[in-house]
Design a protein around this ligand. Sequence first.
Ligand SMILES: [Mg+2]
Length: 397
Amino acid sequence: MKIARIFAHRVELPLVEGTYRWNNGNSVSVFDSTVVGVETDSGLIGYGEVCPLGPCYLPAYADGVRCGLRELAPHLLGADPLQLTKLNVQMDSVLNGHPYVKTAIDIACWDLLGKATGLPVCTLMGGRYGESVRLYRAITQLPPDEMASNVAKYRDEGYTRFQLKVGGDADTDIARIHAAREILAPSDRLVADANTGWTQHEAMRVVNAVRDLDVYIEQPCLTYQECLAVRQNTTLPFALDENIDSLAMLMRANRDLAMDIVNIKISKFGGLTKAKQARDLCVSLGIAMTIEDSWGGDITTAAIAHLAHSTPEPMRFTSTDFNSYNTVCNATGAPRRENGFMKASEAPGLGVTPIVDAIGPVVWEVSNCSKPASNSHAKTDGMAMPEPHINSVTQSV
Ligand SMILES: [Mg+2]
């Protein structure tokens, strides 16, 4: 089986709540997601999706996905999509870094592997643990009483874990944390996620002011060193997210005892293959995880569900059902939240089928054509490949 065509759709994902706000005034109202299809020479198609959280969260942005695909995808024509580790080595050899660009291709190839073998991705990633995956709800940044009201509202819908978007004014954040914790039951979990938004001294003020509450602190500051300093001066359970984007950082943070929980976002690592490596290492090290992505629609949610559901339950802290935050459904077959939990599909692959009207036209594609090979760009294992045909009609993104 060989990759014969790679194509992309641009999908807008408006939010049910209108706007999503996090640290220091950052917000998004309509997410810009890219759905990528990988088609093989046998006609089988796998799908993946990647959706950055705007341009200023991680070093990733929506148009960057499509620009990166133009650079990367032609090199992959002729490669075997089912040999995923090998494919990732190839992607890294032709495009240094840019893990988010590689993410949707890698996810699409896991979808292909599942379809080719008749197995759900969850099974291929190690097996299904438990009946379902527990979810958290992200609570957009608002005044303290409004955030507490939203926590109560989503608790009524079945969620038992909540992630408050703080990282703004420290005094207001202290009030936010107190107000939210007050309306929760002892068995509920509350995370105060600053998304890098506090300076070190303000972070210390916050952790000191909420030290007697049952609350987790997530990624208080921008740099790893600042986060480590806060971690070493608080007894509150501590999660790292934005700083942990590789196995090397994961191992460093483990050595430094820098976290109790780590957030594994699929596109931060470059796809399911590398996120699974990080997941497996965390399982071996005994570090529980939030398993999710930066954002996304139904295809991303399906990928999250398969990675999470194949993770031993004690190591699963939370996951996210991003598709319930959006007004647009971009695929059928994706997990649907039930009482604060979701399940990975038992169908082959991711178990999703893109909705043609929702994903819109192909905005860019590259495919093999029958021209004789003359382009060193498109070689696999030393074998000359046909020159790629890049669709000039829909090339513009
Ligand atoms: Mg986070």
